[in-house]
Design a protein. Structure first.
Length: 494
């Protein structure tokens, strides 16, 4: 390629090594106005910035793959790239002039912290961009845009593997139950042998994020609509938030917390009315919660707010923040940016380190037991040693290379809407479906349970008078959840 054809005449005689640092207006066809738009929307000022723009890399990868594979999976990956681009456009529309970059003292940001790679213990690679992550003592969940869901142990061994009909936008836990928000408009319970639909959301809605607390589901969509449902999918409220692109939904017993193109707001469970709101200078692309605190990624900052709406510290990154997390005590705050860098801050807002992932943008993350788990736009789940010792090795360039594990290509269990039949109820809990007015509901039959309580149960299985056996009923406030396998009981043993 003759690069002079790509350059304006005044730049043609420059050495090639100097070109990456030149302003983007050095390129043919990019005017001052276009350059301003690139800067406002994506922080691009130089040719190097434009070359490393993740949206362009995704688009190029999709075009290169398209001749070999025109499947729905690629279309979903393209939709995710567009979804992020839409959010960035909303951010640009609301943008104000950026604050000056924070100057960090040498005692906090060490000289090598901007150059080294994260000390990843292992990298699990799947086949689609990954937004979904949930981590606890039992293992690490990840879900990607091909509908693949994996549960790994903390050494990257595969415990469970599921395949959902569409892409997975998020993974959330409520108590000991884990759920996947899927692009087909359903929320799947992942607790059993096969995924089963727990909630069905309006299929025409473009769902961005969900969260669940005590069986109550909060949902945010592309248009800025926020809705809530109880454990039996009965609507609690549906309302329009102050903005669009609800990339953050976090729930606790007191409120549904929403992050969108406007900023952050809290909505009442009772009727969806606004409890408080705070406008930010840009669109929220991610949010995290701890017991009393919210952490919100907006432009190149993570903003801290109390759950009463009081604004606290800001944690300043170098590029737009795509994800964030925090330790339970708030001692450490983490962020991932659009360039694939990961940051750690102390509770006062000072930056402790910044390291590369070399795995594209960090779309979601979670901190657990001195490890930072990150899922990325190239489908990786990284387990990063975030201990002081691990970071010191990374900054010194002595960290051990990460183990690389490829996701299995077979063995996934698919979502089901039917169950097997049995006539043996030995050691099981019997439940029955019955008609209550216009609703089909499920209640316990076996002794030792509250027979006036109802059970969260797959709607596709419900039929009046039909009985089922389940492994266990778990009390959740004033209702039960079924854990383990479900079978239709044809003729119960006595």
């Amino acid at each position: 390629m003759n690069i002079n054809k790509a350059l304006k005449k005044s730049y043609e005689d420059l050495p090639v090594r100097q070109l990456p640092s030149q302003h983007v207006t050095a390129l043919q066809g990019i005017s001052d106005r276009m350059a301003d738009m690139l800067k406002d929307a994506f922080g691009v000022t130089t040719i190097a910035d434009l070359a490393s723009l993740k949206f362009a890399e995704w688009a190029q990868a999709i075009v290169e793959l398209a001749p070999a594979d025109n499947s729905d999976a690629l279309a979903r990956e393209d939709a995710i790239a567009q979804r992020l681009a839409d959010a960035a456009a909303a951010e640009a529309a609301a943008a104000q002039p950026a604050a000056p970059a924070q100057t960090l003292t040498p005692t906090i940001t060490r000289s090598k912290s901007k150059q080294g790679d994260v000390p990843a213990l292992w990298r699990f690679t799947s086949r689609g961009s990954a937004f979904g992550i949930f981590v606890d003592d039992s293992g690490c969940w990840m879900g990607n845009q091909r509908g693949e869901v994996f549960l790994l142990d903390h050494d990257a061994g595969v415990i469970k593997q599921f395949k959902l009909p569409k892409g997975v936008m998020c993974l959330v836990a409520d108590g000991t139950f884990t759920y996947a928000g899927c692009d087909d408009g359903n929320v799947y319970d992942l607790t059993g042998d096969h995924p089963m639909v727990a909630y069905t959301i309006e299929k025409s809605a473009n769902i961005y994020w969900i969260d669940i607390i005590d069986g109550n589901l909060g949902v945010g969509d592309a248009k800025g609509t926020v809705a809530a449902f109880d454990f039996e999918q009965q609507p609690l409220f549906k309302t329009k938030s102050n903005g669009s692109s609800c990339w953050m939904i976090r729930c606790d017993k007191d409120a549904v917390y929403v992050g969108n193109s406007y900023g952050v707001e809290a909505r009442s469970w009772a009727d969806g009315s606004e409890k408080w709101s705070h406008r930010l200078k840009g669109a929220v692309l991610f949010g995290w919660q701890e017991e009393t605190t919210l952490y919100v990624g907006c432009k190149s900052k993570v903003h801290q707010l109390t759950k009463d709406g009081v604004v606290g510290r800001s944690y300043v990154c170098d590029r737009p923040v795509f994800s964030c997390s925090a330790s339970e005590d708030g001692r450490y705050v983490f962020a991932g940016d659009s360039a694939g860098d990961v940051y750690c801050f102390d509770e006062s807002g000072d930056r402790l380190w910044k390291l590369r992932t070399d795995a594209s943008s960090a779309l979601s993350m979670q901190y657990h037991s001195q490890r930072l788990y990150v899922v990325t736009s190239n489908g990786s789940l990284l387990c990063i040693d975030a201990s002081p010792e691990g970071i010191a090795k990374a900054e010194a360039g002595t960290a051990t290379a990460a183990r690389k594990i490829a996701a299995p290509t077979t063995g996934a269990r698919v979502a089901r809407s039917t169950v097997d039949a049995t006539s043996d109820s030995t050691g099981k809990v019997i439940v029955e479906c019955y008609t209550d007015g216009s609703r089909l509901r499920v209640r316990p039959v076996s002794a030792g349970y509250h027979h006036d309580w109802h059970i969260q149960f797959p709607r596709a299985l419900r039929a009046d008078g039909v009985r089922f056996v389940v492994d266990e009923l778990v009390a959740c406030g004033n209702f039960y959840r079924a854990r383990g396998s479900i079978k239709r009981l044809d003729s119960p043993s006595r």
